[in-house]
Design a protein. Structure first.
Length: 549
């Protein structure tokens, strides 16, 4: 007599879910290599307004099939200063609508054909490619893409067939015994646990197709999944910088409000779709409901995006106003955002060196920085009340952090453009530190000149020339078109050399050191180190302007 063999059909659902999630992971990993470079350029260059950000969020999420990936890239780009908070909100809003694209594909195609037939060739090509191709080549990533797609289709097919088993054992009327809020909470928890609202949607669609779930129950679960998907971005932002926490908070608030409105309007929206739009297929009703309430959320938030962004800026005070502000907010794995973070950090380092050198020469930074971005850096340094030595140590520490971070970026096998940009920025940071060190070397000599010399003309000429040179440098950094860089740089070099010659003539007009109060050697030392400092700053600024954001 044959023993009874347990019925393991429920495991088909679990296996299908596992294959779907694993396929989604492989798909995201492949897209990080193959498609995200273009996406990052799209995100950086075409999100100049919140409305454009919404469209980019929709398109990019529909193509990448992952709102979580888009959200994590937004975190990185906001941290690098590439995306403003206002425009980042537009991308976040659009990503919510873009993620509904997966449901439309599955509802339209997924249940009208045998997915296993299409999965097999994808799995065959994908697995062989992953095993035999060199991981360093793009073909390997393409094989992972095929393998991921194959696993997605096979997982979906498993879930679809397993629901046929459940439909024989579960009546849809069972679900009417429990309150709607329970299914919303279930959707939140399940989606947060598996980190994929798309997987939740696939299970729900499979259940509707099999007649297991009633439409209202499915809609409640989808509403919960819409909120549960924020968990990925929250995890990515909770331990990050203030900007990252602000983006994560905005994502959560948006989804919480949209999900709450969707729950309140669930029955009217479902009736509108079935009665007014005459949609009868419950799968199409569900995906249209999902798209509709996310679209309504965008319409609700777009008019208030600017005040919402300002409100977010008031949350989560920055921990360190003087230290590194950009490279600490961006993962080195996102090469475009990381290189821009280094550029912003080196520009900030330039302002720190400028402020420090002006302190040596007793020139008020407000005189030069008014109207320039460096004024904010000065206010932060002024608020900290740091000593000269503390400021210089912080500059050295910043350079060290930039160098370490740059090395991590270069180890990520970035493209040639990113590699060249990062190397040039590292060179600029070294020049800036040399520019600070040169004046530090003669700081005591400058104090002696200021306190022991009666030559007001020499002191005033030194300050006058420094103001002109530093003003020229500031204009180069913030207002110079790269096309005019060479011409402006030549003018700056001439100005530096003329200042050196003019100061040399003033310093050598005395017969003895007694006439001026300090040794001539000290004066010439001041002039030499001042020349080196100005040249180093000019070289660094030239490198910075040559690099386009």
């Amino acid at each position: 007599m044959q023993p009874d063999i347990p019925n393991f059909e429920p495991w088909e659902l679990v296996a299908g879910l596992g294959l779907f999630l694993f396929g989604m992971t492989m798909l995201e990993q492949a897209l990080r290599t193959l498609g995200t470079r273009s996406f990052r350029h799209l995100l950086r260059d075409y999100t100049k307004t919140p409305v454009r950000g919404v469209f980019i969020g929709i398109i990019s999420t529909a193509c990448l099939q992952s709102s979580s990936m888009v959200g994590l890239f937004v975190l990185a780009f906001v941290g690098a200063g590439i995306l403003s908070m206002t425009n980042a909100l537009g991308v976040i809003f659009g990503a919510n609508l873009g993620t509904t694209f997966t449901g439309w594909i599955v509802a339209t195609i997924g249940f009208k054909m045998s997915l296993t037939e299409y999965a097999m060739p994808l799995l065959a090509l994908g697995t062989l490619g992953v095993v035999f191709l060199n991981p360093d080549y793009s073909r390997h990533s393409q094989a992972r893409l095929l393998l991921g797609l194959g696993l997605l289709l096979m997982g979906l097919d498993f879930m679809k067939t397993s629901m046929g088993f459940l439909s024989d054992h579960i009546s849809p009327s069972v679900f009417s015994e429990y309150p709607i809020l329970l299914y919303v909470l279930g959707g939140v928890l399940f989606t947060a646990l598996i980190q994929s609202s798309s997987a939740t949607m696939m299970i729900v669609l499979s259940a509707i197709h099999a007649g297991v779930l009633p439409l209202t129950t499915a809609a409640a679960i989808v509403i919960g999944a819409n909120l549960g998907t924020t968990s990925t971005v929250i995890i990515g932002g909770v331990k990050g910088s203030s900007d990252k926490r602000r983006v994560a908070l905005s994502h959560f608030i948006f989804n919480l409000v949209v999900s709450s409105v969707a729950l309140l309007l669930m029955y009217p929206l479902l009736n509108f779709i079935t009665d007014r739009l005459d949609v009868t297929d419950p799968m199409y009703v569900l995906v249209l409901f999902h798209s509709l309430f996310n679209g309504l959320g965008i319409l609700m938030f777009l008019p208030i995006v600017s005040p919402f962004a300002k409100w977010l800026q008031g949350r989560f005070a920055d921990d360190d106003l003087i230290g590194c502000q950009y490279i600490t907010k961006v993962s080195p794995t996102v090469s475009d955002a990381a290189s821009e973070a280094i550029r912003q950090e080196v520009i900030r380092l330039y302002y720190k060196v400028t402020i420090l050198n002006l302190r040596v020469l007793r020139i008020r930074p407000e005189e030069l920085l008014l109207g320039f971005n460096g004024l904010e850096v000065y206010e932060q340094i002024k608020q900290a009340k740091s000593s000269y030595d503390d400021q210089y140590s912080e500059i050295k520490h910043t350079e060290q952090q930039v160098l370490q971070y740059a090395n991590r970026v270069l180890r990520e096998k970035s493209g040639e453009g990113v590699t060249a940009k990062v190397s040039q920025l590292v060179h600029a940071s070294r020049d800036l530190v040399y520019g600070a060190k040169s004046l530090k070397n003669v700081r005591q000599n400058i104090v002696e000149l200021r306190t022991q010399s009666d030559d007001e003309e020499l002191i005033e000429t030194l300050r006058h020339d420094t103001r002109n040179i530093y003003r020229h440098l500031l204009n180069l950094v913030e207002h110079t078109d790269p096309v005019l860089l060479e011409e402006k740089h030549v003018q700056l070099q001439e100005e530096i050399n003329l200042s050196h010659d003019r100061l040399h003539q003033l310093m050598t007009r005395y017969d003895s050191s007694d006439a001026i109060g300090i040794p001539l050697s000290s004066l010439l030392n001041i002039n030499r180190e001042l020349l080196v400092s100005n040249q180093m700053l000019a070289s660094a600024v030239r490198d910075l302007v040559m690099i386009k954001p």
